[in-house]
Design a protein around this ligand. Structure first.
Ligand code: IFL
Length: 464
């Protein structure tokens, strides 16, 4: 049976036309201007870091950029070339075609998912399934799609073994054995764009339906205040706590409600997004010293439980803008920009009641740049390019080491304290966001595109 969901294009522009707050705003474009020098710099840094990865850790999941070794991400001793898969579409958008070929060749000759080890379903989906699909979308290489289908079929027992349809957290890729029934909103609800893309490409609805069911179960069980706690038990599809947050481990659940609507035109998802986000704005938002933040609250009583704000929550500024609420998106990004002004590189978490640092590291996080890109695309306001430029310069000044870019263990000291790891998402996310904002990305459709929570391009590649 062919997969047939109504597609809806130019959604954000339609939202603008519907009077959602930005009518008349100049649209972001890729016209030549003074940004080219910094775009070239981003491309050079990417090429240099890629070469180090090839020289020192090719095929390993991640490079250790200080010591020059490699490390595994999903399972000890079982690297699956995560960095390669994550980097493919970024390299392609930058027209680094020799590097793309090098990566695709490695995947074709080496990558197999017949692995007798439990893999985290969420990370496997957003990083590997998404990376393979975006690589396929950009290059048209059929092996990438074959591998995405094979891998997703191996993930499916996480959904089909659960009576509620809410997926288990881990699945053994070879045996299909599932584990960790205790899960959370992000890990149970961040599938619909990758699985839906796969359903479109294969004509097999099972993927889309499985992803949507988990969203539906959790939406239907929202609290009477319209809030969804973050901790869940997979087989029963019931809450394990009552705390609601827009940060981890809930974050990308909200993204994928909007994204599923944006990509596939599924009106249910739009209603679910709007219902939940209006409850979040009503119950979780708080203004402190003129800055907008989102508290962790009790989903039943609305009581504020914590004013700790994870850096990862910065994505919400961009999501609000994508969903048409430009004003709150701008305000929330302003709040995070105040943190950038105060500390330079953003710490992993702050207490917004007094702007103090709660967690001192920064795992090369992309969320501030992600939100800047989405706000720039929605408003055309160069303010967001300037903020992203500062983000890039701060990263370069603090994270660049001998063999690439590393996470930081403490951003509050001078000099910063460095770790020795380069997460896969760094290749898929901020390098791409910077490039799209600063460069004239000839291979990117600025009017009609989709970037996943991991920055994977699933729509909008311009292939000549
Ligand atoms: O994997 C990344 C992705 O953006 C996500 N969560 C966290 C990571 C980056 O901080 O959805």
């Amino acid at each position: 049976m062919p997969f047939a969901l109504p597609r809806r294009r130019f959604l954000s522009l339609a939202a603008v036309a519907a009077g959602m707050g930005v009518a008349g705003a100049p649209r972001a474009s890729a016209q030549p201007d003074g940004w080219q020098a910094i775009a070239d710099d981003v491309r050079r840094e990417t090429q240099w870091a890629w070469q180090s990865y090839v020289d020192r850790a090719f095929g390993r999941d991640q490079i250790k950029p200080v010591s020059g070794g490699g490390e595994d991400f999903f399972a000890q001793g079982r690297s699956v070339g995560l960095t390669i898969v994550e980097a493919l579409d970024t390299l392609w958008l930058m027209e680094l075609d020799a590097e793309v070929e090098q990566g695709v060749d490695w995947v074709k000759n080496n990558l197999s998912f017949d692995i007798d080890a439990p893999f985290q379903v969420f990370e496997t989906n957003i990083r590997l399934v998404g990376g393979l699909l975006s690589g396929y979308h950009c290059t048209g290489e059929p092996r990438l799609l074959e591998l995405a289908v094979d891998l997703t079929d191996r993930l499916m027992p996480a959904f089909t073994s659960s009576p509620s349809g809410v997926p288990y957290r881990y699945v053994n890729l070879r045996t299909g054995a599932v584990s960790r029934p205790d899960t959370n909103l992000a890990e149970l609800g961040t599938y619909i764009t990758e699985f839906g893309t796969l359903s479109e490409l294969t004509g097999d609805r099972r993927y889309y339906d499985a992803a949507k069911r988990a969203l539906q179960v959790t939406f239907d069980r929202r609290s009477p205040l319209g809030l969804v706690p973050y901790s869940w038990l997979a087989p029963t599809g019931t809450w394990l706590n009552t705390t609601a947050t827009v940060g981890p481990p809930a974050d990308s659940y909200y993204e994928y409600l909007w994204d599923g609507w944006s990509l596939f035109g599924d009106g249910d998802l739009k209603v679910w997004y709007e219902t939940l986000v209006s409850a979040i704005l009503a119950r979780q938002s708080e203004v402190v010293d003129g800055r907008l933040w989102f508290a962790q609250v009790d989903a039943l009583t609305g009581l504020k439980l914590s004013r700790e704000q994870s850096e990862l929550a910065a994505y919400f500024a961009g999501l609000l803008a994508e969903g048409g609420d430009i004003q709150n998106g701008r305000r929330y990004h302003d709040s995070w920009n105040a943190v950038q002004d105060r500390y330079g590189v953003l710490p992993e978490a702050i207490d917004y009641s007094n702007m103090s640092v709660v967690r001192k590291g920064n795992l090369l996080r992309p969320e501030f740049a992600d939100a800047a890109l989405n706000l720039w695309l929605a408003t055309g306001d160069d303010l967001y390019r300037h903020r992203a430029q500062r983000h890039y310069e701060l990263m370069k000044a603090t994270s660049k080491v001998q063999y690439g870019y590393t996470i930081l263990n403490d951003v509050t000291t001078n000099p910063v304290v460095r770790g020795d790891s380069c997460p896969g998402y760094w290749w898929s996310e901020q390098l791409k966001y910077y490039w799209l904002m600063f460069g004239q990305a000839r291979r990117f459709n600025y009017d009609d595109h989709y970037l996943s929570t991991e920055g994977n391009l699933l729509k909008g590649a311009v292939r000549q």
